[in-house]
Design a protein around this ligand. Structure first.
Ligand code: ADP
Ligand code: MG
Ligand code: ZN
Length: 477
């Protein structure tokens, strides 16, 4: 008998608003410990919160992008628990009336399209951080009150592949919306995986919740590990306990942390210090209008307007920085096809080579478009193009100056090409004979030899043409 795996995700995304959710402190990552705190976020008695308007807008943007219904009126609730990183001993969150409900996200995994349901998105504040070292444990409250949204899906996933595909798509959307920088290493995007197994057709099984997944790949591995663990447990007559487990990616295992709390354990109650949040139709319409074009919409447009392939469009829209660069180069050069080839080819190769993340990409669009003009007008050949692309990418050189200084302009002087071809044939009589005897490889060799004589700057088309002529005139000895 087979088992079915059922997975639901809870994704926490830190919003990149300038200030925190209920005070004016900076919500930026890092900083000298406890340098970004005030009585409100440090939880001093009597300090009163004031809701950051941008947080509501950011949350609504995500909701609209995910096809959710945005509530015209929502409220905050207190989730009470004691932990040293939570100075107020409660977290302001939304339980009863979250800002967004009922959306969807289309994914493609294992060659299949699938729609994942979004149950809700709510706004809440982040907790501080505990720093453990040899001298003990220290508290850093800089993160207290950093705005978060929690995106909760329906238990619609059936495999780790679907989970990873969803997270990729979600990250893409959050980045495009500019609401979160999605750095898992810095904790600005955090994923909890809820997983259970059951026999097909029977009700849902008991689930565990896994935390501490520091990459999408780790989430995929954790799913695989946990489903096996639960199946083995059930098949050997045991039972799954509802608990929170910590994933250890190095060990490739998860460990039980604590039994899972229920909502009643938190003694939730309506937050008395904040008014309900009202989002009227006009404000919502304004937010809807300000939504940028999303990646999947961009892909469709690139295919339609620039006649790019699906693969090219996918690479170019993989990150906003890449698509912005492509659009600038396409616009400046007026050669979208060549611009797409440059960025999906040489630029991606150089980014990989230098381990450059898209968010750190700083190559100049004007310089790239100048390079595109050189290739598309046939003024430089492949080799010179690659070399110049590298110099622009690594050292920010000006292509025009570089090409002139290095003498990379393609030689289109017929006389020089004819001479080089003639010399190449004379120097290599064996190759010429092989070619005439039907060995096509010898032709390529001779092209290479002639190119060498031209310092690598010959026009390959011209060289081939001259070589063909030259060889037919060579007597077959
Ligand atoms: P809690 O509030 O206790 O964390 P929720 O009802 O909010 O629980 O669900 C949290 C996540 O767990 C959601 O993504 C949901 O889809 C998922 N989930 C709920 N029940 C199951 C189950 N039996 N198996 C797998 N995932 C589940
Ligand atoms: Mg929950
Ligand atoms: Zn503060």
């Amino acid at each position: 008998m087979t088992w079915e795996t059922v997975i639901g995700l809870e994704v926490h995304a830190e919003l990149s608003t300038k200030s925190k959710i209920f005070c004016g402190c900076s919500g930026e990552f890092g900083g000298e410990p406890n340098s970004r705190v005030c009585p409100v976020c440090a939880g001093f008695p009597g300090a009163l919160p004031k809701l950051n308007r941008a947080v509501v807008e950011y949350a609504a943007r995500v909701g609209l992008a995910l096809g959710c219904t945005v509530a015209p009126r929502c409220k905050f609730d207190r989730k009470n628990y004691f932990y040293p990183d939570l100075p107020k001993a409660y977290q302001v969150s939304q339980l009863y009336l979250p800002i967004c409900q009922g959306g969807r996200l289309e994914i493609e995994a294992d060659g299949q399209k699938k729609s994942i349901g979004i149950r809700e998105i709510h706004m809440e504040e982040d907790a501080g951080k505990l720093v453990h070292d040899a001298d003990g444990t220290f508290m850093d409250f800089n993160r207290c009150g950093v705005p978060l949204i929690e995106i909760v899906t329906l238990p619609d996933f059936r495999s780790g592949g679907e989970v990873m595909a969803f997270l990729e798509r979600l990250r893409e959307i959050l980045l495009y919306l500019g609401v979160c920088d999605c750095k898992m290493q810095e904790g600005s995007l955090r994923v909890d995986v809820n997983l259970s197994v059951c026999r097909p057709g029977e009700g849902l099984g008991v689930r565990t919740e896994m935390k501490n997944l520091n990459s999408f790949k780790a989430a995929g591995r954790a799913v695989e590990y946990e489903r096996r663990r639960q199946i083995e447990l059930l098949e050997s007559g045991g039972a799954v306990v509802q608990e929170t487990r910590r994933w250890d990616d190095d060990a490739g295992e998860s460990f039980g942390m604590r039994s899972k709390e229920n909502a009643q354990d938190y003694r939730y109650f309506p937050e008395p210090d904040l008014l309900p949040v009202e989002l009227d139709e006009a404000r919502l319409a304004g937010i809807r209008q300000s939504l940028p074009e999303l990646a999947h919409q961009k892909r469709a447009r690139y295919r339609r307007d620039y006649a790019l392939s699906e693969a090219e469009a996918a690479v170019l829209t993989g990150h906003k920085r890449i698509s912005d660069l492509f659009e600038s180069v396409a616009r400046l050069s007026g050669e979208p096809a060549e611009a797409a080839r440059l960025i999906t080819g040489e630029i991606m190769r150089l980014m990989n080579l230098t381990d450059t993340q898209p968010e750190n990409l700083s190559v100049d669009a004007g310089k790239l478009s100048a390079l595109v003009a050189f290739v598309s007008s046939g003024k430089i050949n492949r080799g010179a193009y690659k070399e110049t692309a590298e110099a622009v990418f690594l050292r920010g050189v000006d292509p025009e100056t570089y090409i002139a200084e290095k003498g990379l302009l393609m030689l289109t002087d017929g006389g020089a090409v004819a001479e080089a071809v003639k010399a190449a044939v004379e120097d290599n009589p064996d190759a010429a004979r092989d070619y005439l005897a039907g060995k096509d490889k010898a032709f390529g060799f001779l092209v290479g030899q002639a190119m060498k004589k031209l310092g690598g700057n010959g026009s390959p088309d011209m060289v081939r043409e001259h070589l063909r002529k030259c060889l037919t005139n060579t007597p077959n000895r």
